[in-house]
Design a protein around this ligand. Structure first.
Ligand code: PXG
Length: 286
């Protein structure tokens, strides 16, 4: 059965869903996006994703042609129309079609696209064993060039780092910022646990403020685990008791080594497992 895609305000069969080759989203990566999960027919933390989308758009001076509540409805309608019970929503807003050249004043009709589909996750086995990680030589974009806090259609920086991970045989890669501090992975945020304290780099380290990251910090606080946002280097990860990643696709997944150094016992740690369990209960609405 063909998927129905929301584009130009309507749900149309996927084969007919298209945007112009003159759209600046394609020509310049000029636009913003969100990746959202559907669990048990409910769109998970939808309002937070939509709010981040509007903040990303604001930061790049992109005026989204529909309101925040209309966007919520567009996502919910698309999920329903495709009978997605457990799956994935890709929300894209492009700058719209225009003359060649960078001038946003010569574009019109920003395009809102909503795709609802199934999702491929990391293998379940990896949630039991944890994953190995390598540090990419490609650093994060300098926040003064393109803020990593904007979820923009410019993912080349992350893609270059991801290639390095793939070449090294890992499914993710750690990225440092221009000061050599830990920022995040190519599509996941990073956490460590040291002496019972949950630590993660602050947004100013040049990272996307993940919706999963924020949810996990709330769960940890609720479970009485102290949480700190602090600047960290690779050394902090090498010497951590536990390490894990968070992301819409990954959920919560243990990291058991970085650049050939074993982290903790080399197995997913107890606090990581507890947070994964709490997160899975949250997604299932328990
Ligand atoms: N950092 C980066 C650079 C990301 O792209 C995250 C962290 C985690 O954020 P969330 O809000 O998901 O907890 C992301 C998220 C995709 C895809 O299809 C990418 C992401 C999320 C979902 C799907 O490539 N990136």
């Amino acid at each position: 059965m063909s998927r129905l895609v929301y584009v130009a305000g309507k749900l149309v069969p996927a084969e007919q869903a298209s945007v112009s080759v003159f759209d600046h989203g394609l020509l310049y990566g000029d636009g913003v996006f969100e990746g959202i999960r559907v669990y048990g027919g409910r769109v998970f933390l939808l309002q937070e994703h939509i709010d981040r989308l509007y903040e990303s758009a604001l930061a790049i001076r992109l005026v989204i042609p529909i309101s925040n509540p209309e966007m919520v409805k567009a996502v919910e309608d698309t999920v329903k129309a495709n009978n997605i019970i457990d799956g994935y929503v890709r929300l894209v807003v492009t700058r719209g079609a225009g003359a060649l050249g960078l001038d946003i004043r010569r574009t019109s009709n920003p395009q809102v696209i909503v795709i609802a589909d199934t999702i491929t996750m990391y293998p379940e086995e990896m949630y039991r064993t944890g994953m190995k990680l390598v540090t990419a030589a490609t650093i994060k974009n300098h926040p003064g060039a393109l803020s990593p806090r904007v979820k923009s259609l410019n993912y080349l920086n992350n893609i270059m780092a991801k290639i390095e991970g793939t070449d090294a045989g890992t499914v993710e890669a750690l990225m440092l910022n221009h000061n050599g501090e830990v920022a995040e992975c190519t599509g996941d945020n990073i956490f460590i646990i040291k002496r019972g304290v949950l630590k993660t780099p602050p947004p100013e380290a040049g990272l996307l403020e993940g919706i999963t990251r924020n949810a996990v910090m709330r769960l940890a606080r609720g479970a009485g685990i102290p949480v700190e946002e602090c600047v960290m280097t690779r050394h902090d990860i090498f010497t951590a008791d536990e390490c894990f990643l968070t992301g819409t696709a990954a959920e919560v997944i243990a990291v058991t080594s970085l650049d050939g150094r074993q982290i903790g016992t080399g197995k997913p740690g107890p606090i990581t497992e507890k947070l994964l369990d709490l997160f899975r209960k949250l997604t299932r609405g328990e």
